[in-house]
Design a protein around this ligand. Sequence first.
Ligand SMILES: [Zn+2]
Ligand SMILES: [Zn+2]
Length: 248
Amino acid sequence: MDTSLVISGAIVLGAGGIFHLLENRIPLEKVDRSKFLKFDLVVVSIIAIVVAALTIWLLDGVVKEWLDSTIGGFDTLTSLPILARVSLALIIGDFGYYIVHRLMHTNVLWRTHVFHHSIQEIYWFSGLRTSALNSLFIRMPYLVALCLFSIPASILAIVAISLGVINFWVHSNLEVSLGPLNYILITPSFHRVHHSMAEEALNRNFGNILSCWDYMFKTAVKPTKYLNNSKKGFDVETNDVPRQMFGL
Ligand SMILES: [Zn+2]
Ligand SMILES: [Zn+2]
């Protein structure tokens, strides 16, 4: 097996372990992590394979063709220092994520996203419950932005690991505040509000890495104890699981 794949997997698992221990020490609310673990392990494994295949197919096909035909026009972007390229790609990709996530909360794409909103016990691992189409659509802005800035494969691996760890971070059951940085970066409590079924939290807090998009476009709701502890997630009928898993 590819060594870098094993190392990447070990880093992500290690990060998960750290979140697990931190959740034991500073939990935001009472969560039963074992309630849906078996279900999530099965669906996450199936979806991961489908998404990996679809991503490779898309990146090798449609997206690559488009990039090959347009990349010549972006010489200025690709000649920037690597740190600037990665930072810009992540900022642009994160803005794209915000837009796609907002679209997913409209009738057009809700079917692809509802599975993520069936999470009722939110902790570091639970955020991996997303439909195949959801995973594909929502990661596309990052992938396209990273390709536009010609980020080399070795750095792409680091970015992929970081995005995985960020998914653990935003869904973790942690009582953490970043002070004034709360207005720039997503915290676990900020994303927890996105999953709340409370009236004032519906269609709010769409960001993934940066919370500034929500504050700029007035879709931000500040986390409160009431919102963080409120009911989360829709029930999924067993016979509807396959459809929701694929996001069809
Ligand atoms: Zn959502
Ligand atoms: Zn989420």
